[in-house]
Design a protein around this ligand. Structure first.
Ligand code: AMP
Length: 257
């Protein structure tokens, strides 16, 4: 794969217009990758998105991170739709399609980005997937694939309850599988590691229900579109990354190095 190894700036994604990214995207040697990452909560999508972003140069576009950034910025200035969205998130429920799609439409520039994108947490429903297809068609941009991370249910709860996220830079750790060098402290920026509100047991249950009801049908949707790339999410993050890169190499040999 490429040796990009520099994370693109995500200001335009996290803050929306009129924010602009400080660093221009690195245009990858082969091609800009445009991928969707699917998987139940706890499959390690966020971690893989970070690792893939470092390897492929494509920007990690997480809709959950937009909501967390808005929450961290405080109540002041939240639109009424954002207040309702953050309430839904706190309970572990999905935010309405209308709100999520408004947020995505404001960020259409990120879908056109020269560096490509890794969509994480979007789409979450078939209606969102159809809207995404329309937006991409309007921009004359094609999706290369949809990576579906697969993991048995009993592993999910163990992963989620041990997950810790940096309050500052959002880097993701796990108390046993990916521990920080110093307990409770982020390796990357020295920020404090916290447990996401929606990683608590009562929210995990609601999120799993939302996944099975709304998001699992996307697997059929993308299989029918011949875009689905199933990947086992068993093992440590680097093994899963290598499995993913191998599958991408098979998909487009020249571009994946
Ligand atoms: P995530 O970090 O992707 O697990 O997202 C955290 C929370 O943000 C979810 O549990 C939802 O409440 C909300 N959210 C993020 N993305 C979406 C989406 N595409 N559709 C609906 N809700 C979303």
């Amino acid at each position: 794969m490429s040796d990009v190894n520099m994370k693109p700036d995500r200001a335009a994604w996290l803050k929306g217009p009129p924010a602009a990214c400080n660093l221009p995207p690195t245009v990858p040697a082969g091609r800009p990758w445009r991928l969707v990452l699917l998987g139940p909560p706890g499959a390690g999508k966020g971690t893989q998105a970070e690792l893939l972003s470092e390897n492929l140069g494509a920007c990690h576009l997480s809709t959950g991170d937009i909501f967390r950034a808005a929450k961290a910025a405080g109540q002041c200035g939240h639109s009424p739709a954002m207040v309702v969205a953050l309430e839904a998130m706190r309970r572990g429920e999905l935010v309405s399609d209308a709100t999520v799609l408004d947020i995505l439409r404001e960020r259409t520039g990120c879908l056109r980005c020269r560096g490509g994108f890794l969509l994480d947490g979007f789409p979450r429903t078939v209606a969102q997937a159809q809207a995404l297809q329309q937006l991409l068609d309007d921009q004359s941009v094609a999706l290369h694939g949809v990576i579906s991370y697969e993991i048995p249910v009993p592993q999910i709860v163990a992963r989620l309850s041990g997950r810790r996220t940096c309050a500052n830079c959002k880097a993701v750790f796990h108390v046993t599988a990916r521990p920080p060098k110093v307990a409770g402290i982020c390796d990357q920026c020295g920020g404090k590691l916290i447990q996401r509100e929606d990683d608590r047991p009562e929210s995990i249950r609601v999120r799993m229900e939302a996944y099975h009801k709304s998001t699992a049908p996307l697997i059929d949707y993308y299989a029918r579109a011949r875009l689905l790339i199933p990947i086992s999410a068993d093992g440590d993050p680097d093994e899963i990354l290598q499995r993913t890169l191998t599958a991408l190499r098979r998909l487009i040999p020249a571009a994946a190095g």
